[in-house]
Design a protein around this ligand. Structure first.
Ligand SMILES: C[S@@+](CC[C@H](N)C(=O)[O-])C[C@H]1O[C@@H](n2cnc3c(N)ncnc32)[C@H](O)[C@@H]1O
Length: 206
């Protein structure tokens, strides 16, 4: 998607996101946050959206969240302020293709339901790899295109609606596996209906 389409699409999604797409994707988000809490350390959540994950972080971690959409981010800020979520350090408006953090900053980077939304996902993955510490991990939950079956057919026919939907329904997994320094460690299909994938990629040690 173009960045202008991300802006307009997520300005529309922001008021209804938590009770619609947010509910559908809750199990993946929960699994990712549990995994991250178990690791501890400094966490960057790329595309934090309305901050649905934020109340689930534990004091083992220190979380920085970024998102491009001011409307989505405003919802996240309200959740943070309303509940005084101590693991959350800061929430910033930023383009995931140009992360304003030094190299090797974070122990973990989370990218939940964002890689099929961003323009230039390869560039976002390169930025994620750059800001991760050696030995750090990227935690991904996302929907990826299927090769066959009825759902693959639905993905293909809805693909031209990406700017309206707010994501690419036929997004190919290979596009996020092109960073030499990141090696796939875990890959699992998760609910609803095994439509989502949970992945862990580990950055090569220094
Ligand atoms: C489907 S939502 C997912 C939000 C959240 N991660 C979740 O699981 O609920 C996708 C988010 O990606 C954000 N996004 C899209 N392109 C971005 C970019 N280039 N930089 C930062 N955020 C971006 C959108 O604004 C939106 O909030």
């Amino acid at each position: 998607m173009e960045l202008s389409a991300v802006s307009s699409s997520y300005a529309r999604w922001a008021p209804i996101y938590d009770k619609t797409f947010g509910v559908l994707t809750s199990q993946g988000r929960r699994r990712a946050v549990d995994y991250i809490n178990g690791r501890g350390g400094k966490v960057l959540e790329v595309g934090v959206g309305t901050g649905l994950s934020l109340p689930s972080y534990m004091d083992t971690v220190e979380v920085t969240g970024i998102d491009y959409s001011p409307e989505m981010l405003e919802k996240a800020v309200k959740k943070h302020q309303g509940k005084n979520l101590s693991p959350v350090k800061e929430l910033l408006q930023m383009d995931a293709r140009e992360l304003a953090f030094p190299d090797n900053t974070f122990d973990t980077v989370a990218a939940m339901h964002i890689l099929s939304v961003v323009p230039e996902p390869e560039k976002v993955m390169a930025e994620i790899a750059r800001v991760l510490k050696p030995g750090g991990e990227v935690i991904i939950t996302n929907h990826f295109a299927r090769d066959k079956g009825f759902l693959a057919f639905i993905e293909k026919i809805t693909a031209p609606l990406d700017n309206l939907l707010g994501w690419h329904s036929d997004f190919e997994k290979q596009r996020i596996l092109r960073q030499d320094v990141l090696k796939l460690k875990v890959e699992k299909q998760i609910p609803p209906l095994g439509m989502m994938t949970f992945m862990v990629l580990r950055k090569r040690d220094a």
